[in-house]
Design a protein around this ligand. Structure first.
Ligand code: FAD
Length: 310
């Protein structure tokens, strides 16, 4: 049976996480459909139809989907799920908000954060902050799965020409309503989509120093800024910059960790980066165990020198 991928989108375009989830879906079955539930989301549905490997797009359009309220989205997914063997979500904040509701409504177990499809009913997923890999087999007739996007290459955004089918939108559940949103403005690339990330830890000592030392390097490299939890908890960097087990999972081409010790909870969020550069004055710091390039140095001298040389 076909696999249904729930698109993450902004009504006009499809977010990158959807492309990785399509790749995971194709590892299960070649017949991959995508559900786009939004308001005036025709452009996003058309973008989903262009993704290579997608064979059909279901498009549900209603004001109830304007703000991605999980209750309304879950009801739509459940209504659309009949006939599918799998329902896949990206394991993003949004996907993780909706998928458990869908699993509960379908009365099945959710398989979370898969990093590999072993067979259509068997998956690998990291546990203990990535220190062990569990192989999970599900016996459910409909498998509700969230996908760790960094573990699957993105499907090509262009190349497909799937038909778009309008489906009836479910009524507003009335269980929640949209009150408002405060969107953090950021001129930099989005952390989970960035090709280069410069991350800072507790060693930076203050938000002023964090910005003064790391921003010029990030600017030179066209990088997103990230942080350890210690740096976030101390107020040196905003919450949404946190990388790690309880932050964002990233896998950029280049990850520069400055003054980060490399606790397992931090490594869980970045150790799949293609090239890792660590700057730490303690040569015993665990970050060096995952680093491709390690610089034992004081970051307050080393980072400005890098900026100078870049
Ligand atoms: P520290 O461990 O204090 O390390 C600072 C490093 O800077 C040291 O290695 C030191 O040698 C180096 N240093 C100091 N001065 C300089 C200098 N001048 N130049 C160069 N190097 C210098 N952490 C995360 O990051 N992300 C998470 O998602 C996360 N989730 C967690 C979830 C749970 C349930 C728990 C219990 C913890 C979690 N943590 C997470 C916290 C984690 O255990 C660490 O406490 C945290 O990552 C440490 O941050 P840090 O490396 O910045 O600080």
């Amino acid at each position: 049976m076909s696999v249904l991928v729930i698109a993450e989108h902004d009504h006009a375009s499809v977010k990158a996480a959807t492309l990785n989830t399509v790749s995971a879906a194709r590892a299960i079955n070649a017949d991959v459909h995508v559900l786009v539930a939004g308001e005036n989301a025709g452009a996003a549905a058309a973008a989903a139809a262009r993704i290579a490997g997608v064979t059909k797009v279901l498009h549900a359009d209603a004001p109830a989907f304007a703000h991605g309220l999980a209750e309304n989205l879950a009801a739509q997914v459940v209504a659309s799920a009949a006939g599918y063997s799998h329902v896949l979500f990206p394991a993003t904040a949004s996907g993780k908000n909706v998928a458990p509701r869908v699993a509960a409504l379908l009365d099945v177990a959710q398989v979370s954060d898969v990093t590999k499809v072993v067979a259509p009913d068997t998956y690998e997923r990291p546990i203990y902050a990535g220190n062990a890999i569990a192989t999970v087999q599900s016996g459910d007739a409909v498998q509700v799965v969230t996908v760790r996007t960094t573990a699957f290459d993105a499907a090509a955004a262009d190349g497909g020409s799937a038909p778009v089918e309008s489906v009836a939108a479910q009524a507003d559940s009335g269980l929640s309503s949209f009150v408002g949103a405060e969107i953090a403005k950021n001129d930099r690339p989005e952390l989970t989509a960035a090709k280069i990330i410069v991350s800072g830890g507790r060693a930076l000592g203050s938000s002023e120093k964090f910005n003064e030392v790391l921003t010029p390097l990030a600017d030179k490299l066209g990088a997103a800024l990230g942080a350890s939890r210690a740096a976030v908890d101390a107020g040196y960097a905003p919450n949404d910059w946190q990388v790690g087990q309880t932050g964002k999972i990233v896998a950029p081409q280049l990850y520069v960790a400055a003054g980060i010790s490399g606790a397992i909870q931090h490594l869980a969020g970045m150790k799949d980066s293609k090239v890792i550069v660590a700057i730490n004055k303690d040569e015993e710091a665990p970050i060096f165990s995952v680093a491709d390039y390690g610089l034992v140095a004081d970051l307050f001298t080393a980072v400005p020198e890098l900026v100078e040389a870049a």
